[in-house]
Design a protein around this ligand. Structure first.
Ligand SMILES: CC(C)(COP(=O)(O)OP(=O)(O)OC[C@H]1O[C@@H](n2cnc3c(N)ncnc32)[C@H](O)[C@@H]1OP(=O)(O)O)[C@@H](O)C(=O)NCCC(=O)NCCS
Length: 103
């Protein structure tokens, strides 16, 4: 079996100060980030977060694409958004940079 490591984008961390939440700031940041990723011909964006929030931007459970979470979370919380450059080779277990250890 051929194994290869492919670099992809992760959307994190994302936070809006409680005083400014529910005014569209988080959504605007996500949309802008996805547009930049698309313009840079990135293939896929990964996010760990609330399905109700992220599905509205086109994120789907990663398992749908045979992409596996490195975290022991219910599968609907680990999501991906495939971009125009997505191909089926983007499968397997996600490895985060060590910066995320202990976050
Ligand atoms: C998630 C977060 C970034 C959203 O930012 P925001 O500027 O409030 O987002 P928006 O105003 O664009 O969108 C608000 C929508 O998000 C949803 N939402 C916001 N906070 C939420 C929360 N804590 N739980 C579930 N849904 C939430 C609301 O349902 C709202 O939907 P509506 O417009 O239909 O009412 C912000 O709530 C936050 O910083 N939360 C704490 C940190 C966090 O959980 N980060 C996500 C890590 S993946």
């Amino acid at each position: 079996m051929n194994e290869e490591t492919l670099q992809v984008l992760g959307l994190a961390p994302l936070a809006v100060h409680p005083q400014f939440q529910r005014q569209g700031i988080g959504s605007a940041l996500i949309k802008a980030g996805l547009e930049i990723a698309e313009a840079k011909k990135e293939a896929i964006v990964i996010v760990l977060g609330h399905p109700q929030f992220y599905t509205r931007f086109g994120f789907q459970p990663a398992v749908v694409y045979e992409i596996e979470s490195p975290f022991p979370v219910p599968e609907e919380f680990f999501m991906v958004k495939p971009l125009q450059s997505y191909q089926e080779i983007y499968q397997g277990k996600v490895v985060y940079p060590s910066t995320f250890d202990g976050v």
